[in-house]
Ligand binder design. Structure first.
Ligand SMILES: NC(=O)c1ccc[n+]([C@@H]2O[C@H](COP(=O)([O-])OP(=O)(O)OC[C@H]3O[C@@H](n4cnc5c(N)ncnc54)[C@H](OP(=O)(O)O)[C@@H]3O)[C@@H](O)[C@H]2O)c1
Length: 243
């Protein structure tokens, strides 16, 4: 088997955002390839700019907000048109707004749930079956949530994050004894792509990526919440079974 075919691939949903860039960086640093779902070529170019190179990344355009977006990508993988993957990382979202409950319009409520909850739900629902079928004991499925889901100092992202929590418990239960290590990465501070992080004094995506590398490398992290609440948590995983 050639080195190329032996390499693992990570499917990243939400690849072009702050957290997505950290996941792509981590995958490439750990000698894995990336299958990045992007909404258009401008987003793909943004990812290449932040990561520094397109080497090791296969791009596929899809609308991850549609209930057939991720499914269509998986169909292409099954058909051999896109590379097979062994890991999934989902981090669609954004909208880190401070809008108060009273000010949130119906349109904002629905669009935020569509982007920050539904898209991650579709990503799980429509990719986990593929990983289970492959029976690869090294497989993982990881999602990034945030402490806003409990703090609620920013109500809109808080509500969409909060809605993800039970989804991650259910997925952790469903995969307790499967070939897929499902984990929730629970982030308690702001991470941004490197050049923005430097400007804002927040944590760089490239540094935060170490957490994903540690999750990928540690078979004991399974059905767990991995808490990243201090900078020390980036260097040493703090995790606990979710149930
Ligand atoms: N960043 C943090 O510090 C932090 C902390 C805790 C939790 N989280 C959670 O992690 C998730 C990602 O956060 P982030 O900071 O990485 O967000 P982000 O930088 O805004 O990126 C979000 C990703 O979702 C995609 N996306 C957003 N709206 C979309 C739409 N309408 N159609 C298609 N794709 C869309 C973006 O694509 P484009 O690039 O094409 O826009 C991007 O790939 C969120 O759920 C957030 O709550 C983040």
């Amino acid at each position: 088997m050639s080195l190329k075919t032996a390499m693992e691939t990570v499917l990243v949903v939400g690849a072009t955002g702050n957290i997505g860039v950290s996941a792509v960086t981590a995958a490439l640093r750990s000698k894995r390839n990336v299958l990045a779902i992007v909404r258009n070529q401008a987003s793909a170019a943004k990812l290449v700019k932040y990561v520094g190179s397109a080497e090791g990344i296969t791009f596929v355009e899809a609308d991850v907000l549609s209930d057939s977006g991720v499914k269509g990508v998986i169909d292409q993988v099954r058909a051999g048109k896109l590379p097979s993957f062994q890991h999934v990382y989902s981090c669609v979202g954004g909208g880190y707004v401070t809008t108060t409950l009273q000010e949130i319009t119906t349109g904002q409520l629905r669009s935020n749930f569509k982007v920050s909850f539904e898209a991650n739900f579709f990503a799980y629902r429509d990719s986990i079956g593929y990983l289970l079928e492959q029976s690869n004991s090294a497989s993982t499925w990881t999602i990034c949530t945030g402490s806003q889901g409990e703090l609620a100092t920013r109500p809109m992202p808080a509500m969409t994050q909060g809605a993800l929590f039970p989804m991650t418990i259910a997925a952790a239960r469903d995969n307790e004894f499967t070939n897929v290590r499902f984990n929730e990465l629970y982030l308690g501070f702001r991470v941004e792509v490197d050049e923005v992080a430097v400007q804002n004094g927040t944590t760089k995506a490239s540094d935060f990526g170490k957490v994903y590398e540690l999750i990928l490398a540690n078979p004991e992290v399974r059905s767990s919440r991995v808490r990243v609440e201090t900078l020390e948590d980036i260097e040493k995983l703090r995790y606990q079974k979710k149930f």
